[in-house]
Design a protein around this ligand. Sequence first.
Ligand code: TYD
Ligand code: ZN
Length: 424
Amino acid sequence: MSTTIGEQRARQGATLTDHRCRICGGELHEVFDLGRQPVSNAFAKPEDADKVPFFRLAVGACTSCTMVQQLDTVPPYEMYRADYPYRASGSLLIRRHFEDVARHIIETCPGGRDGFVVEIGSNDGVMLKTLSEAGMRHLGVDPAASAGEVARSHGVNVRTDFFNAETAADIYSEHGHANLIFSANTFSHISYLDSIFEGVGTLLAPDGLFVFEDRSLADILRHNYFDQIYDEHIYLFSVSSVQAMAAHFGFELVDAEHLPLHGGSIRYTVARRGALEPSPAVEKFVAQEKADGLAEKEEAAFVRFSSDVNRIKTDLVSLLHDIRSEGRRVVGYGATSRSATVLNYCGIGADLLPLVCDSTPEKQGRVTPGSKIPVCPPDAFTDPYPDYALLFAWNHAEEIMAKERLFQEKGGRWILYVPEVHTI
Ligand code: TYD
Ligand code: ZN
């Protein structure tokens, strides 16, 4: 099977100079520009800090199918190297969420307990582990070799590969139809969705379901989550744009459900066209997005967003300057992918934020991409506590603030920058 044009273009890391939508070929108009940004998960050794690749981070909306997407494509091999450091299991909340997802799949998978489940972007096996323990047939597909090793050590079957039309055909010939294909926070990372849908078309059983979860554009705009825009998030999905995308590739969006994860996500359920009656939830979301100006007039929604984000930048930088001039200590908490956007957009370096602590061993001893701030293990936070902690991992705020209660009890203050800069 040959690679699709979308895939070839992605491999080359093409710039969409013609500004055409990757899904439908419609015209893109630029709605938001974050300037030059590094690859967000490129946590380099200090001596390699200047080798981190940069690219332009700007998004546009399709005038035809409404899909919001990046104008440029960073080649996947730049983003997902063998030492890709992201680990989904780093948070209790995430682990619980995926255990729930797995239990739900076990109970409801078309094909029942004999069903075959494929996960696109299985990372460290946080979801599939539960399926494996239940004895369910499964396969994770993920190009990040080191994360795959962790998954295998938990008894999860993994193919270290990019999921595309070619690998899907291969999986089909080896295992037969998949009754359910699942993906969480991965689908929006893949520019060549034509090839993915072709693969899903080959692999999915006639009554199978393709279920994926991703951050919601409505929540990003509503809460000023500008840091959800970074290299890996090629698409910012809305229910309207996913509905159009599924239809474009011969499928149908049959359900949509809001999830509290990552500040607001949506679980999309896609079936083969005509296989299932769509739930009324889909039309409800679409109507709400129209009312919010997301399905037609993204430009206006982004104008308000841009001005809010600009204010966040000014406020955050001036707060960090004040902290420094008062001789107080501040550290970053959570070297998230999202922190790359915040630090580089705001121009914050080690002079204003001397270190970022993070529980991921793969990130420790490295520096943040572009901003070159040392990443330290969590004890750099507790020993001694700083006066302020800039919480990049705001999506885990509840869990982190509970764990670090002592910090606040000793007078420490959290700095949050969304939806506005404030301290707690
Ligand atoms: P996360 O929000 O999961 O993802 P992303 O990188 O996509 O923005 O990242 C959370 C980061 O925060 C991750 O590097 C682990 C770190 N972290 C801690 O250091 N301590 C914690 O208690 C938690 C929950 C996360
Ligand atoms: Zn389009």
